[in-house]
Each structure stands twice: as structure tokens, then as C-alpha cells.
Design a protein around this ligand. Structure first.
Ligand SMILES: [Cu+2]
Length: 459
């Protein structure tokens, strides 16, 4: 914190015992370099960019309805900022460098303070050059607790990530902006892990009931997941409770930035394999988080869980009369796009590629001067995203949750990030009840950095 001589003297005169509360007592979140053993023993440790020295950053827990405060202290050699993903937040606290704040320069700090209207599983991550900063480790879980938690024995966060490491040096493959990956599916790691561990292990007892909060913090990897030795229900998506818990019977799909709260009963016998598995690139199921069963918590498993309490004021009304805004998702390898606007210029595909851009949303690559749309506060809007590319995109809207409106008019669950598959159309509907400038972008971070970012104005 900078303190002018005048402020310093005034402080001495008027309140000799008072300390500047915000500077001294504010909990800190320090973006800093660290070295962490990500790869298995025997391989070198990895220099990372971290929050508070760990990968992932500290789990931040706060009560629903409370106010969260953190002073981001930037000790990195690059500017940074923090986005609090999924929170219905005060726009000035949204952390988007260049849109809602200036990036925090090296050696300086920024005071984040905001109310927490909703319970659920969220996360925080860098939103300045995210494609590199998130890949280097700048992310952590943000858990907002219900006043009355569900009836479980334990609440566990499983932050799922991948890292692209050079096995000889342990260093990140320093090619975060590689045009090849940005124009294709995005950066996929060669090591997958949970909570910073490739061999994450969760000891549990038979018939113990766990709440598992899954968070996909990977740059671009879509995880196909399944349970083994566990009987589970999905109780929330992207922080927001489902009306009815859904039994997990099939593969769960978790796209980048998405979250999923499961309540699971450990049904495996002692010594049997149990855990969370993922579909690896070679089409085999591999253990992502092992649940090692020792002892017994109860003689029988419990029945289906109750739904979590709803968050307040999340109704999406007025959909039938809402205007429909078309947002084609365009570009990428193999398809390209005929022409787009970038930095105020109309460019053909080759010109766009020469500028290191590969994607567009509704004919616009990257942030333009004007928003994709301006909505009045309280207005209901529908955005129809048609994926004209051959890649899936995890589309994330800041500041507000939406529902997917299906072709028959029915509505899907509340989400803040939706996976739009190639050649598919996904329509989202939401009430624009949060004023400010909100990003709408692909959460494949290399795509976001290469054109797939736009913004919405709510006045
Ligand atoms: Cu994308």
C-alpha cells in the first residue's frame, strides 16, 4: 500500500492508535512463485505461479450471506487479477483485466470485497493472460457454505486439473500461446491430478457419506468421469442446487470451469477399489481420485439425499417474450471463418490468423468497443449459440447464471458454464439482473485469448 506523507501525518494527528484496518487486518491472497512437486517422485519439482505457495491455492470457505474480503498481493513479475468464478458479484470486483479493473502490477495489491448471495461450489482464478497464468497454477476453490449443510459425514473439494510438463526438467512446457493448440482444442496436459496430486487419495469408511465438490480447473480438458465403489447423486451444478438430486448412473461430463457437487455413499468393501475415474485419451478408465476404504461408518448405506436449499432470486421468468440474440461460435482449424471484426477492422481468415487470432463470437474476435448486447436491468434475454466450429466450447457468462432452453421449450438446470458441442445449437436464457460489464467467453482459455471473448452490458 502506498501511503502519502500527508495521509501518514493526518493519521498520526487524528487517530494515533488506529491502524489502517484494510491494510493490516485484511486477509491476504498472495500471487507468488513457488516450487511444487507435481510430477511423481523421482521427477524434478515444478516452478509454478501460485496463490499462497500451494497448487491449487488455499480453499477459501465463507458463509452464504457474508462478505468476502481478500487483498491480492502481487509478488509475481507480471501483472495479474483475480476472477471469482460463478459468484453473482459486484461488477467492479469481477477481476477481468481490461474490462472491470486494471491488472495489478508487480509489487502492488488490490482489495477485493464483495457479498456472497449464493451458497455453492465456486472457484477463483487469474483473469489476466489466463491461458498462461491459470496453466501455471493460479486457481483455487471458493466454497460458500449453506446455513444448514446437508447431512453428510465429510465435505471434500476435488479440484481436477492437468499440467503440461517436460518430464526431464519438471518445467511447464513453456508454450502456453502455441498457435497449434489455440487453433485446435486448446492446451491439454500430460499429467492429470486432483488437488495438486497426480495420485490423490481419500481415505474413507464403508457407508460413509461424502459430499464431493468437483471443480474442473484445467485450461481446456473436458473430463469424462465415473464413480466406482461409490453410489452417488448429483446435487448441484456450477454451484446451483438441482431441484431433485439425480442418481449417477452414467458418465459425468465436466467441462473446463464447470463444477458438480455429488453426494456419494462409499459402498465398496474394505480393500476394494473405489473412487473417481476419468476416461483417458487412450479410451481407458483411470483412477483420478482413489477412495481407500478402511473400516465401516454404518452397517447400511443411506437413502437418496434431500435437495440442497435453493439460492435466492434465481427464477428465470419472461422467457417466451424475450428477444433471441444469435451468437454463432466461429473459426478454428479446419473450418475458419469468412470475415470477422478485430480491433475495429474487418479481416479475412488469413489476416486474422496472421494477427494470432483464430476464433470469433458473432463475427467479432476479442473485445470490441461496443458490447455484444446491452440489456436493461431485469430484462430477460436468450442467446442462441450455434457452434459452427469442429471443436467443443465451454461457454461461460460472468456475473449471472442462466438456464439452457431446449428445443421443446423446457429448461435445463442453472449454470454459469455450458458445453456447446460441434455443429450444435445451445440456447441460454437468463435475467439480466446484475448491472455492469460482463464477459461471455469460451473457457478453453487458449480460445478465449484468440477471439472467443465478448461482453454484455447490463444497465
Ligand atoms: Cu472454445
Amino acid at each position: 500500500m502506498k501511503m502519502t506523507r500527508r495521509a501518514f501525518c493526518a493519521g498520526l494527528t487524528l487517530a494515533p492508535l488506529a491502524r489502517p484496518v484494510q491494510a493490516q487486518d485484511m486477509p491476504l491472497l498472495t500471487a507468488r512463485a513457488a516450487t511444487v512437486q507435481l510430477a511423481p517422485d523421482g521427477y524434478p519439482a515444478t516452478p509454478v505461479w501460485s496463490y499462497d505457495g500451494t497448487i491449487p491455492g488455499p480453499v477459501i470457505r465463507a458463509a452464504q450471506g457474508s462478505r468476502l474480503q481478500r487483498r491480492l498481493v502481487n509478488t509475481l513479475e507480471v501483472p495479474t487479477s483475480v476472477h471469482w468464478h460463478g459468484i453473482r458479484i459486484d461488477n467492479a470486483m469481477d477481476g477481468v483485466a481490461g474490462l472491470t479493473q486494471n491488472a495489478v502490477p508487480p509489487g502492488e495489491s488490490f482489495h477485493y470485497a464483495f457479498d456472497l448471495p449464493d451458497a455453492g461450489t465456486y472457484w477463483y482464478h487469474a483473469h489476466t493472460n489466463s491461458m498462461e497464468q491459470v496453466a501455471r497454477g493460479l486457481s483455487g476453490a471458493l466454497i460458500i457454505e449453506e446455513a444448514t449443510p446437508p447431512d453428510v459425514d465429510r465435505d471434500e473439494v476435488l479440484m481436477i486439473d492437468d499440467w503440461l510438463l517436460d518430464p526431464d526438467t519438471g518445467l511447464f512446457v513453456d508454450d502456453f500461446a502455441a498457435p497449434m493448440t489455440r487453433s485446435h482444442g486448446g492446451q491439454i496436459g500430460n499429467l492429470v491430478g486432483v488437488n495438486g496430486r497426480y495420485d490423490y487419495r481419500l481415505p474413507a469408511r464403508q457407508n460413509e457419506r461424502l459430499r464431493l465438490r468437483l471443480i474442473n480447473s484445467a485450461n481446456a480438458q473436458i473430463f469424462g468421469l465415473k464413480l466406482e465403489g461409490l453410489t452417488g447423486w448429483t446435487v448441484a451444478l456450477d454451484g446451483m442446487p438441482l431441484d431433485t438430486p439425480e442418481p449417477v448412473t452414467d458418465t459425468l461430463v465436466l467441462a473446463p470451469a464447470q463444477r458438480m457437487d455429488l453426494i456419494v455413499d462409499v459402498t465398496a468393501e474394505e480393500g476394494e477399489t473405489a473412487g473417481l475415474l476419468f476416461a483417458s485419451a487412450d479410451d481407458t478408465w483411470r483412477v483420478l481420485a482413489e477412495v481407500s476404504v478402511e473400516g465401516r461408518a454404518a452397517s447400511v448405506p443411506r437413502g437418496a439425499p434431500q435437495p440442497l436449499p435453493r439460492n435466492p432470486g434465481m427464477e428465470v421468468t419472461g422467457i417466451d417474450s424475450a428477444s433471441v440474440l444469435e451468437m454463432p461460435l466461429q473459426g478454428g482449424a479446419m473450418r475458419g471463418v469468412e470475415s470477422v471484426t478485430f480491433n475495429g477492422q474487418r479481416l479475412g481468415w488469413q489476416e486474422l490468423v496472421q494477427k494470432g487470432q483464430f476464433w470469433a463470437l458473432a463475427g467479432q474476435a476479442g473485445l470490441g468497443e461496443t458490447p455484444f448486447t446491452t440489456l436493461s436491468r431485469g430484462e430477460t434475454a436468450r442467446i442462441r449459440m450455434t457452434n459452427d466450429t469442429i471443436f467443443p466450447h465451454a461457454m461461460h457468462m460472468h456475473g449471472m447464471h442462466f438456464r439452457v432452453r431446449k428445443a421443446d421449450g423446457s429448461l435445463g438446470p442453472l449454470r454459469d458454464t455450458v458445453l456447446v458441442m460441434p455443429d450444435e445449437t445451445t440456447e441460454i436464457a437468463f435475467v439480466a439482473d446484475n448491472p455492469g460489464k460482463w464477459l461471455l467467453h469460451c473457457h478453453m482459455l487458449g480460445h478465449a485469448a484468440s477471439g472467443m471473448t465478448n461482453w454484455i452490458m447490463v444497465t
